[in-house]
Design a protein around this ligand. Structure first.
Ligand SMILES: NS(=O)(=O)c1c(F)c(F)c(S(=O)(=O)CCO)c(N[C@H]2CCCc3ccccc32)c1F
Ligand SMILES: [Zn+2]
Length: 263
């Protein structure tokens, strides 16, 4: 599709011109605020399968111009939802070296340094991501808020290769590692709401699960994420840094955010 960016003349306020859903309802991210929350006792702990990948299998780490992404094997899936949701890829949103705030979801208006999304599609009903991406029950994304603090050995498993994908459309193969280690310890405490892709085409097709507890990465790791990448191709004369790749919180309208925990 047409080009889109996070700032300037193709920034988020212009997305609806080419991508009408971006101006529609049920958009993500949102500000998860206390007034919207309702405890739901039926929300079970998230159960994931085959996230612990062997170093013998290779993953593709890539710069797609909008984010850094890791393609995931289809044996990885979420087994605790009403349908099986099979993993497709994970990617990140982050701030910049001058602004250590770049999460998409905010909690009571607190923006975290970064946010990780693990994108899954409903493989009970659809054969692949492309067929699922625009269906109301098509996708399930796990969101993890990231704060700067303790060094994170799991993040290092891919961050150490980031200088191999500095420019748009560059990809490298990296050894598999335990993707579960990228998630917070508690998978039973999370926010749940119906929303959308946070990038064009913004389809309202995502069952969002944002974990209550954040993970930490060191400041050096944050800077590696925030200062290593460009959204432009290697041969482009003017390199465009890739940072601040987060959409601002959208109107919650009358949406309630369900929570799996009491206090
Ligand atoms: N925040 S978000 O809404 O989860 C989200 C992003 F922010 C994001 F940048 C991406 S992208 O990296 O693919 C760049 C542009 O779409 C995705 N890709 C998804 C949706 C688009 C089609 C597709 C096909 C295969 C695998 C993943 C995806 C995305 F879902
Ligand atoms: Zn995302």
């Amino acid at each position: 599709g047409a080009k889109w960016t996070y700032s300037g003349p193709e920034g988020e306020h212009h997305w609806p011109k080419h991508y009408p859903y971006c101006g529609g309802a049920f958009q993500s991210p949102i500000n998860i605020q206390s007034e919207l929350l309702r405890f739901d006792p039926t929300l079970r702990p998230i159960e994931i399968q085959n996230y612990n990948l062997s170093p013998n299998e290779q993953l593709t780490l890539g710069n797609n111009g909008h984010s850094v992404q890791i393609s995931l094997p289809s044996k990885m899936h979420i087994s605790s939802l009403h349908h099986r949701y099979t993993a497709a890829q994970l990617h990140f949103h982050w701030g910049s070296s001058s602004r250590q705030a770049g999460s998409e979801h905010t909690v009571n208006s607190k923006q975290y340094a970064a946010e990780m999304h693990v994108v899954h599609f409903n493989s009970d009903k659809y054969p692949n991501m492309s067929m699922a991406v625009d269906k109301s029950d098509g996708l399930a994304v796990l969101g993890v808020l990231v704060e700067v603090g303790e060094f994170n050995p799991a993040f290092e498993q891919f961050l150490k290769f980031i200088n191999g994908i500095k420019y748009r459309d560059q990809r490298v193969q990296v050894p598999g590692f335990n993707i579960r280690a990228l998630l917070p310890a508690r998978l039973d405490e999370y926010y749940r709401y119906d929303g959308s892709l946070t990038t064009p085409p913004c389809y309202p097709s995502v069952l969002w699960t944002v974990f209550r507890n954040h993970v930490t990465i060191s400041r050096k790791q944050f800077l590696a994420l925030a200062t290593s990448l460009y959204s432009s191709h290697a041969q482009d004369s003017a390199p465009v840094p890739l940072n601040g790749n987060y959409r601002k919180p959208q109107l919650a309208d009358s949406r309630i955010v369900l929570v799996s925990f009491k206090e």
